[in-house]
Design a protein around this ligand. Structure first.
Ligand code: PLP
Length: 386
């Protein structure tokens, strides 16, 4: 039998023990077990829509009328008008023929990769892709080949020697680094070699591009170049769930073949109503995106002036590189003492020696919040370097 206690002890000793914290929230700040209120700088609620009263009200009012849950999978009896409208509105927003809802982004990636590849095929992935893309490659029995991070030439090279049907998969915005994938170059490489390209834009939808339509639209390309687009509803859209957007044929195919679509309960229709409201606010209020952009610039300028180690990102994800796992934990604790919640990201989520504070900015933050965080980062570093 597996030695669970031994495993836990080793994790603990290595400073890598993962712990779930219960945090209360008033919609803006979170409250930790010791009763102190912290401003979060680590959520993926980039536009502040998860705490937006109009979104919360849409969820509440839909739940009062239609109940708390969908009660079944989409194919059984769980597909409601709220889901149907949301799929159409997402497709229109993204300039795609159709969209298909999944219950989580993790499942969307598993479902898409499994449905689009089989034993004898090859899935070509960026080395730093999200865990769900890598796991999707494992579920299908296709061969997994990884290319150098954000390097379309490396992807093209891998494609040349790959067997069977080839699927190229990349994050749109890399979740732990914040940089944007070279989607236009990847699209060209995929086209040249007759491979299919899928982009998971979990952190780009709502944030990147002139209209917030994400990193694919931001690169000036569309459904022809990137036939498979995955996005989540739990990040900038403030709710929960995910979607795949592309051709009607692709969506029809996934309904037949994507097991994580078929065998799971549809997200509650009230959540879908909340996301519909969030999507319309996102489109009607570009000021949220502009405010976020100016906070990103403020943070980068301030961090640079203080000599903090930033990464080459101009999205809402602004990691501060710290080095070893223990130091990252110590910085995080020092920030909490000053009223800021930033989680330390440690190996194996990121490569050994590149532990970091994954700072994320949100339109819900103010300039003063960002100034306060920068001051607290200074103090955290001073304490760490003693
Ligand atoms: C968060 C995330 C997912 C998973 O989405 P969930 O809806 O939270 O399961 C998938 N891909 C990327 C790149 C992500 O950041």
């Amino acid at each position: 039998m597996r030695d669970l206690a031994g495993y836990l002890q080793r994790r603990w000793q290595a400073g890598l023990f993962r712990r779930v914290r219960t945090l209360h929230t008033d919609g803006r700040r979170v409250c930790s077990d010791d009763g102190s209120w912290l401003t979060p700088f680590c959520s993926n609620d980039y536009l502040g829509l998860a705490g937006e009263p109009r979104v919360a009200e849409a969820v509440a009012s839909a739940a009062r009328s239609h109940g708390a849950g969908s009660g079944a999978a989409h194919l059984v009896s769980g597909h409601r008008p709220a889901h149907e409208y949301l799929e159409r509105e997402l497709a229109a927003f993204l300039g795609r023929e159709r969209a298909l809802l999944f219950s989580t982004g993790y499942m969307a990636n598993m479902g898409v990769i499994d449905a689009l590849s089989a034993r004898g095929d090859t899935v070509v992935q960026d080395r730093l892709n999200h865990a769900s893309l890598l796991d999707g490659g494992r579920l299908s029995e296709a061969r997994l080949v990884r290319y150098a991070h954000a390097d379309a030439a490396s992807a093209a090279e891998r494609l040349q020697t790959a067997r069977g049907e080839r699927l190229v998969a990349s994050d749109g915005v890399f979740s732990m680094d914040g940089d944007i994938a070279p989607v236009a170059e990847l699209a060209a490489a995929a086209r040249d070699q007759d491979a299919l390209l899928m982009v998971d834009d979990a952190h780009g939808i709502g944030v990147v591009g002139d209209h917030g339509a994400g990193s694919v639209a931001g690169a000036g390309i569309g459904q022809d170049q990137v036939p498979v687009l995955v996005g989540t509803l739990g990040k900038a859209l403030g709710g929960s769930g995910a979607f795949v957007a592309g051709s009607a044929e692709l969506c029809d195919y996934l309904v037949q073949a994507a097991r994580p679509y078929i065998y799971t309960t549809a997200v509650p229709p009230a959540v879908a109503e909340g996301v519909r409201t969030a999507l319309s606010i996102l489109q009607a209020e570009p000021a949220r995106r502009h405010h976020l952009r100016s906070l990103v610039e403020q943070f980068r300028d301030g961090a640079r002036r203080r000599g903090l180690s930033l990464m080459p990102s101009d999205t809402a994800i602004q990691p501060v590189r710290v080095g070893d796992a223990e130091a990252a934990t110590a910085w995080s604790a020092a920030l909490a003492e000053r009223g800021y919640l930033v989680t330390a990201i440690r190996p194996p989520t990121v490569p050994e020696g590149s532990a970091r504070l994954r700072v994320t900015l949100s339109a819900a933050h103010t300039e003063r919040d960002v100034t306060g965080l920068l001051t607290a980062l200074d103090a955290a570093r001073e304490r760490a370097t003693g």
